[in-house]
Design a protein around this ligand. Structure first.
Ligand SMILES: C[S@@+](CC[C@H](N)C(=O)[O-])C[C@H]1O[C@@H](n2cnc3c(N)ncnc32)[C@H](O)[C@@H]1O
Length: 233
């Protein structure tokens, strides 16, 4: 794999090998919402803007630096992709919605670049071509989708939004363990600095801690709870 490339991760297990109840069919779905992935022309080169390297450029244009944080999306995606849950083949789909309204899909078996800079290179390619393919197999690994995200979810989805501001504080292990395996669990986590994920298309809206957490940490709690439930070690 060359710099800035994505490739399928061949080390992932087929989910038929995972010990799981008969009725678990498809695994969990994740939606990363309000992701800040905005392109800009800096010194004659198009790039995904970030609040570290492009601070001067953004401040000159009176932009809020909090709205330029591709690193949050990168680390949140890695929390899912690198989890035992995903390696066991129990992540069915990952969708990202940007704060500018773009919707795209990240195949759960993709191996994204380890550094944010190279990840941003992949996202630039996605914005320019609407899809990113594996150089070796030509398989589509990231692609832009038609909105809304709900049209891509299974009919039996149970959509759960996560927010610190939710009044419903749950013990996440217990919450996940009692959810029926006849529904496809969908978890929505925000990749923004401030604000909440919208709860208008959700079946439930929960807080997983009394404290404000990062998106990465919140997702980690969900992945670990699902791993416990489905005996993935
Ligand atoms: C940095 S927070 C954004 C702050 C935002 N006020 C909030 O918690 O909704 C990023 C994401 O992490 C998740 N999150 C943070 N703290 C949480 C908590 N205590 N319970 C549930 N989700 C949380 C939410 O999905 C949130 O959108």
């Amino acid at each position: 794999m060359e710099k800035g490339e994505v490739a399928p991760d061949n080390r992932l297990t087929d989910n038929s090998l995972v010990h799981s109840p008969q009725c678990v069919r498809s695994g969990a779905i994740f939606i990363i919402d309000k992701a800040s992935l905005k392109k800009g022309l800096v010194r004659k080169t198009w790039k995904i803007l970030n609040s570290d390297d492009d601070a001067q450029f953004l401040l000159k244009q009176k932009k809020n630096l909090n709205h330029y944080r591709p690193d949050i999306v990168h680390e949140t995606l890695r929390a899912i992709l690198d989890s035992p849950l995903n390696k066991a083949g129990m992540v069915a789909a990952i969708y990202v919605r940007t704060d500018e309204g773009l919707l795209f899909e990240v195949k759960p078996h993709v191996r994204i670049p380890r550094t944010c800079k190279r990840f941003c290179g992949v996202i630039m390619e996605l914005l320019q071509k609407s899809s990113v393919r594996s150089k070796d197999t030509n398989e589509v690994l990231l692609r832009v989708l038609e909105k809304p995200v709900t049209r891509h979810l299974p009919e039996n989805s149970h959509i759960v939004g996560l927010s610190y501001s939710s009044k419903k504080l749950v013990d996440i292990e217990n919450y996940v363990s009692v959810m029926s395996d006849s529904v496809s669990p969908v978890y929505v986590v925000g990749a923004m600095v401030n604000g909440n994920v919208k709860d208008d298309y959700m079946h439930d809206y929960i807080a997983v801690s009394n404290y404000p957490l990062s998106a990465r940490y919140s997702l980690g709690l969900i992945c670990e709870a699902l791993e416990q439930k489905w005996n993935i070690f």
